[in-house]
Design a protein around this ligand. Structure first.
Ligand code: RNT
Ligand code: ZN
Length: 418
């Protein structure tokens, strides 16, 4: 059977349960998903030589890591050519690109240091999301940035945040797409602190100063990302879930950002998405895969990933949820890591779009819960793969098993020669 014949058969089966697969495919092509630059070089960046700090860690030493902006862009292009769907570029401030002999510290960063990224985004017709980098830097004092009791240190990082607001607005103006600017800090304590509120009050004041930097809220969307703990920061994290959520709720035009690696292992972000959508006009996500802890493994097409996508789709919130990938695995081919993660999230979205959500909701509301269980289980063996293959084909990217051959060729010809 050809791809088209298989698709026709699948389309009929889905139509019988009220799902329009053509519409699902068309819709998915319009949903932007932010692709994180930091999978390509293990969160190293270009503005410092030191180690990755902030309580996050990449493990592994797979050959071929990108070491220059040119290599990172080339690798990203290679990965993007294997991913169906609409992309957005997600950058960290530490990926500033300086001319030969030029340097600007984080508090002095300017739009011009990101001009090459804007050119890259324009070339690929994508918008840009941005992240101030509050880690991997010698001005992180005693593990603290925006919560530091040392006013000079705290000021430096506030200035960094303000510079990033200006750069975010530049990105939005240049690309014509609003920029989601995410604030995440690793500040906290390894052991039981004597003051839990003080750092949080300083954090609150710091973010307020950062977002007071003049900007158009239609162009720049600041977010605050929560976290439960980090490596070496096990006992106390200033930016906890309650802190960041309340901050976003009480400050106009600030979005809460949930990273699904940042909760206790039995908590699920899929359940938190509809809870937040009851109150916030827009929310943001970091999509990752935590294995026992916030390990940032490559996103797979697994149950919780599917459930998160389902919630976004069935809450009719595709335009209200800013989706970004956030993981880093240095133990496998990085192009493949990017590609598997992006394709997995695309599959999750497509699968959610191919779910008869209105019908299922009706069963729930009519208390036909036995039938609901039966239907949900039957749907799991529908020929989703045939719809996926059709989608990949329409997007001009290799269908499932073939793309890895290209990754192997690229590894041999490019990565291993670095
Ligand atoms: C860390 C956070 C944060 C980072 C990126 C690199 O735990 O998830 O979002 O992963 O900013
Ligand atoms: Zn994150």
């Amino acid at each position: 059977m050809t791809v088209q014949e298989r698709y026709e058969a699948a389309r009929k089966m889905y139509a019988d349960v009220g799902v329009d697969t053509d519409a699902a495919i068309a819709k998915l092509k319009e949903i932007p998903v932010s692709l994180h630059c930091w999978q390509g070089d293990d969160v190293t960046g270009f503005d410092h030589d030191g180690p990755l700090t902030g309580g996050i860690q990449t493990t592994g030493n797979y050959p071929g890591k990108a070491k220059t902006p040119e290599q990172l862009m080339q690798d990203m292009e290679e990965a993007m050519s294997l991913m169906p769907g609409k992309k957005k570029l997600n950058l960290h401030a530490s990926y500033a690109i300086f001319e030969k002999g030029e340097f600007a510290d984080r508090d002095k960063l300017e739009p011009k240091h990101f001009r090459k990224w804007v050119d890259f985004a324009k070339k690929h017709h994508v918008g840009i999301d941005f992240n101030p980098t509050f880690f991997s830097h010698d001005k992180v004092k005693d593990g603290l940035t925006l919560t530091s009791p040392d006013e000079e240190t705290r000021k430096f990082w506030i200035e960094h945040g303000k510079a990033c607001i200006r750069i975010s607005e530049y990105f939005a103006k240049e690309t014509g797409v609003p920029c989601v600017m995410n604030i995440w800090i690793g500040d906290g304590y390894k052991d039981i602190p004597a003051d839990r509120m003080g750092p949080r009050m300083r954090y609150k004041d710091s973010i307020e100063q950062i977002i007071a930097e003049p900007h158009d809220p239609k162009l720049v969307k600041p977010c605050v990302e929560s976290k439960v703990f980090g490596i070496g920061v096990e006992s106390y994290t200033a930016g906890s879930a309650e802190f960041t959520l309340t901050f976003a709720a009480t400050h106009e035009n600030v979005l809460p950002l949930m990273d699904n690696g940042h909760y206790h292992p039995t908590e699920v972000v899929s359940d938190k998405i509809p809870a937040l959508l009851c109150y916030f006009p827009e929310i943001a996500l970091h999509i990752t895969r935590p294995v026992r802890w916030d390990s940032d493994h490559v996103v797979l097409f697994d149950d919780e990933t599917k459930e998160m996508a389902k919630e976004i789709v069935r809450c009719d919130a595709i335009d209200r949820v800013h989706m970004a990938l956030d993981y880093f695995d240095a133990s496998i081919n990085r192009i493949s890591a990017w590609t598997v993660g992006f394709r997995s999230w695309q599959k999750a979205l497509l699968s959610a779009l191919c779910t008869p959500n209105a019908e299922l909701k009706k069963l729930q509301d009519e208390n036909r819960l036995t039938e609901l269980m039966v239907m949900q289980e039957e749907l799991k063996t529908f020929p989703f793969g045939d719809v996926w293959t059709k989608y990949c084909e329409e997007c001009g990217v290799p269908a499932d098993k073939n793309w890895f051959e290209e990754v192997e060729r690229y590894e041999k010809e490019v990565l291993l020669n670095r």
